[in-house]
Design a protein around this ligand. Structure first.
Ligand SMILES: [Zn+2]
Length: 243
């Protein structure tokens, strides 16, 4: 039987002490692709270089809501320049997080980066903590014609109601992190039960992508689907957000 293949839909392998070793370790477990999210202009060059030397690494550049202040005000032109240089580069990690300060600045940067993702027709990888209704309002205000071609909600824990709106109105994808393996994480596990099967992705959300097959196994168990079948479904889902 063919070994299952996996793609890590949201990782930060730029933070690994030895990113080549982290990738090799994951390859030995069947992981064959990585969507590597930058978090601040400080790491854009590293993440872009990773994508250049390793074609299985897909680069995303963005300003994470935790690092808005560090990013300063002048990252927009450089972001545009990098996106213009390579059609495969996506936008991420961007988003909103009410556990962190500067919500006005977060909202401004989030909106600006959605604009850029739309302008360049690139997928956007989104972090959201405690701001689901604000995200929905933001999407609603943009209307569909101003949305990026794909939106991925990473480490997803939204309610059934939020899921229905994100999936139904905006075609969102939902990525589940290793937290899903912890049975105490009810919100994420409930979200796994509710999201459309053709929108499920999985991620390490770290510098250790070798954990991804374990995340798939947990999702498969929750959905009552054999792990290899679930792996194939998720693999195909992930390909739809890449190009
Ligand atoms: Zn992340």
């Amino acid at each position: 039987m063919q070994q299952a293949r996996y793609i890590d839909a949201h990782c930060h392998i730029q933070n690994a002490a030895d990113s080549s070793a982290a990738i090799a370790d994951a390859v030995s477990r069947g992981v064959c692709g990585w969507v590597c999210n930058a978090t601040c202009p400080d790491d854009w060059a590293t993440v872009t270089e990773l994508g250049r030397v390793c074609p299985s690494v897909r680069t995303c550049i963005g300003v994470h809501p935790w690092y808005i202040t560090r990013a300063g005000d002048h990252w927009g032109p450089r972001m545009r320049q990098i996106l213009a240089s390579d059609i495969h580069i996506m936008v991420g990690e961007i988003g909103l997080d009410t556990h962190h300060p500067d919500m006005d600045a977060q909202m401004h940067a989030f909106g600006a980066q959605l604009d850029i993702a739309y302008e360049f027709r690139r997928g956007a990888h989104i972090h959201c903590v405690g701001a689901w209704n604000v995200i929905l309002d933001t999407f609603h205000a943009r209307a569909l014609r101003h949305m990026p071609p794909a939106v991925v909600m990473h480490a997803y824990t939204g309610s059934a109601n939020i899921t229905d709106k994100l999936a139904g109105e905006y075609g969102a994808y939902f990525s589940f992190s290793p937290m899903v393996m912890d049975t105490r994480h009810r919100r994420m596990r409930d979200a796994v039960r509710h999201v459309p099967i053709n929108r499920i992705l999985v991620e390490s959300d770290s510098d250790n992508p070798s954990v991804v097959p374990d995340v798939v196994a947990a999702v498969a168990e929750i959905r009552g689907i054999p792990p290899t079948d679930m792996a194939n479904i998720i693999y195909d889902n992930t390909h739809r957000i890449l190009r």
